[in-house]
Write a protein that binds this ligand. Structure first.
Ligand SMILES: [Mg+2]
Length: 394
């Protein structure tokens, strides 16, 4: 492997119903995809988290083009994705601090790691989960996520009827609406079906305690990010102790130290790394091991497009049997649905089966169907050899 052809693709897929969270609204479905082809014609795919701010997808694409891919080429480590991630994280550490771009840089590195892992799996002709963990099963539990406050109980019922193991409703809007949504959703899906709520860091500690106590009888499987990530550990502990809420977090953790230390310091019961936000697949598996050792559930977070969703499903399968399931956005996203339609055809009883095809499976034709929604495309040739360090060119 001496040269890699990298294509950066930014899509904005139109949708009819905006996707609402407590901190912002998506009017279309953006994605930043990396398509990496080696000289033998193998193609790996990765996705960079880019939902917010709404203008952020194009920025991440330009970061990849101008900073991250040239630096990745210089390292000579394009054949060793997890090691490359570590080296690039260190090399970009000061730039990230200086620019305040910690998030976008980390997201670009994560998506690049996923694409190179997928490429490596395809070179070995193995499904991604089996490349990551020999002998891993292909069966993964999934829950429906991102359920908007408007019509939430009906949407929750549809998700369970469609075969999902559980569902998660967005809260952090109007407290009365949030409360009635959870109560009505519980009534609609029945007792015993996992029901979760995600506040996306909306509340003060006092609001979180009041809300969690108020909905105790709903029997939430977990309450996700009730307060901001940078609130003190004592607040998280207080919330769990006073209300009995089972807390979930991880999508906004930005270091292995966070994943190692915060579950115990914050009484977390569910750990939710995002493969396109931080660490890629190698670090997600590290986190899975930490979760297992701590006796808490590993539940990969994902609310982007189809490539990252498939990677999240594979990393959960690679992490092995155990408690926890993968987040699947239940909102409209035509390209995600098209990319994952074969996999989701197997959805039954809360679980689905991953394709035996190499990597994350076929992507090329599905992505090409959405060329009309491309807002940016850039082709770059990378020198993948350790020595030589030829110039990067278009
Ligand atoms: Mg969340």
């Amino acid at each position: 492997m001496s040269r890699l052809s990298v294509r950066i693709l930014v899509h904005r897929i139109p949708i009819d119903i905006p996707v609402r969270t407590s901190f912002g609204t998506m009017l279309n479905r953006p994605s930043v995809l990396l398509r990496i082809e080696d000289e033998d014609g193998h193609v790996g795919w990765g996705e960079v988290w880019c939902n917010y701010p709404a203008v952020g997808a194009e920025h991440r694409a330009r970061l990849l083009e101008s900073v991250i891919l040239p630096l990745a080429s210089e390292t000579g480590l394009l054949g060793e994705p997890a090691r490359l991630w570590g080296v690039l994280s260190e090399r970009l550490r000061v730039l990230a601090i200086q620019t305040g771009e910690t998030g976008p840089i980390s997201q670009c590195l994560a998506g690049l790691e996923c694409a190179l892992q997928d490429l490596a799996a395809r070179r070995r002709k193995l499904p991604l989960h089996r490349f990551l963990a020999a002998g891993s099963g292909n069966d993964v539990g999934v829950y429906a996520s991102g359920i908007n406050p408007s019509g939430a109980p009906e949407t929750a019922a549809r998700a369970i009827a469609a075969g999902y193991a559980g569902c998660k409703i967005k809260v952090g809007f109007d407290a009365a609406l949030d409360r009635s949504n959870l109560h009505e959703a519980r009534g609609a899906i029945g007792e015993g079906v996992p029901l979760m709520a995600d506040a996306n860091q909306a509340w003060t500690i006092e609001e979180a305690v009041a809300f969690a106590a108020d909905v105790r009888e709903v029997g939430l499987t977990w309450l996700e990010e009730p307060i901001a990530h940078d609130e003190p550990d004592e607040y998280w502990m207080r919330l769990a102790a006073e209300t009995g809420a089972r807390l979930a977090a991880g999508e906004n953790f930005t270091s292995l130290a966070d994943f190692a230390a915060l579950p115990a310091r914050r009484a977390l019961r569910y750990l939710q790394p995002d493969v396109g936000k931080w660490g890629g697949l190698g670090m997600a598996l590290e986190v899975a091991g930490m979760a297992r050792a701590a006796g808490i559930a590993f539940c990969p977070h994902w609310l982007g497009g189809g490539v990252g969703l498939l990677a999240s499903l594979h990393v959960k399968a690679a992490a092995g049997a155990g408690e926890g399931f993968v987040e699947v956005d239940f909102n409209e996203n035509p390209m995600r649905s098209r990319l994952t339609e074969d996999t989701f055809r197997t959805l039954s009883g809360g679980r689905l089966k991953l394709s035996p095809k190499a990597g994350i499976g076929e992507c090329e034709a599905a992505v090409a169907e959405f060329d009309d929604c491309l807002v940016l495309r850039k082709d770059i040739l990378l020198n993948a050899l350790p020595a030589g360090r030829e110039a990067v060119g278009d």
